[in-house]
Ligand binder design. Sequence first.
Ligand SMILES: [Ca+2]
Ligand SMILES: [Ca+2]
Ligand SMILES: [Ca+2]
Ligand SMILES: [Ca+2]
Length: 439
Amino acid sequence: MRRLVPLLLVPLAISCPEPEPEPEPPLPGRWEQAAPWTLTDPFPCPVAVDPDDDLLGELLAELDLDRSIGIPRSWYEARGGAFAADPTRLDFFHDLQEDFGKVPCHAGNLAARTDTATDSDHALAALIADAAVQLDVAVTAGGPWPVLEGDPLLAAVDSLHGGSDWDGRDAAAALPEALKEAVARVLLGADEAADLRDDALEVMGDATYFATYFRDGGNSLLVSEGSTINTDWEGASDMFVGTDEGSGALYSGAVRLAQAIDEADWAAAAGQGGEFDVRIDTPLGLVVLRGTGNDLYDPSADPDLAGEVLLVVDVGGNDEIRTPAGANTSEDHPVAVHIDLGGDDLYAYPEVPHDLDGEGLLPSDAAGRHAPDAYYGPYSRSHLGRQGAGRLGYGFLVDLGGGDDTYRSLRKSQGFAAFGVGVLADDVGDDTYTAENGA
Ligand SMILES: [Ca+2]
Ligand SMILES: [Ca+2]
Ligand SMILES: [Ca+2]
Ligand SMILES: [Ca+2]
């Protein structure tokens, strides 16, 4: 009989329910609104050491050494002037040099942040934002997207053209819906990124320097004939100094472009639509959309591909890509993105064998090789960025779908950047990367 009590209570509870509270509207997620990007430091640095158990400290004291490495801060300060007050030196530089105990901890924070970003739903954007903020500039990340009415691809291309007519509407409209959605999102991101880049360059330096900095970068890391940097410093000095309005805006553009790529549903578009080859001109460059065939992208046989390409999306097949593949080709070409959604692909370049292509060197491209002298061997003279290279702009190569891919390039490739952001992202596979210099 005692079991009757709960049996009676249950129907009573159901017949007199508490009024359901109104569900709270969901809070906007991190990426739905624009906000400053901040770094997390999972580990406090330096790691605390018990002074009674500091064997390293005891050893250093015994050897009359402190915990500094490299050139101490006092050396910079003693020289005064631009050495002491160099605005391009980053905040954490002296901090790490003065105490090597902070270096592994700093590296631990880098690795932990990278793991967090990689595991997140905005891997590319978070990785770029983390890297950029460490350059002591403010980076803005996230924000809503314009609503596209009707066919998303047509609407996105219309918005790039600012209302002017363009060719190829019917072929574009006939593409698979998932592909159109994804491409439209990237075009919106590219448009905003290009604007941010233009704003950034305007405050970073005198535009007459841009062609020089596009070709030679801001350093002498890559040996190059005639690449002596102009020592007439004033006109381009802001190129080298991080500011929120300059490089901060430049990197924010890369984060916005990456956000669009992260949010597009590439899995839904992969392998859809059979074979096709749709090309759309836009003011930011050509858009090329190709299908599941094993396609050849060869600028020497296909002149369209030799110009400024804004975006390539290839939905499948084992493709052979000899275009720059996600590398901008001049200071007037702000954004280049190449996305491949499946297959074992070859990313290379038009080979022009040269007498000086010796053993262990890749075949040359049209730029050939330096005639060896007392200082340098037969280095490649190539100045074409390839396979994810951004110079005064953005170059992204994203290969998804797990294929076994081969990446082969000469210089300024595979993640290279100068006054810009270059990204080579490959999700997985048995991949091979070869490059000569600056990759
Ligand atoms: Ca293909
Ligand atoms: Ca492919
Ligand atoms: Ca691939
Ligand atoms: Ca791969």
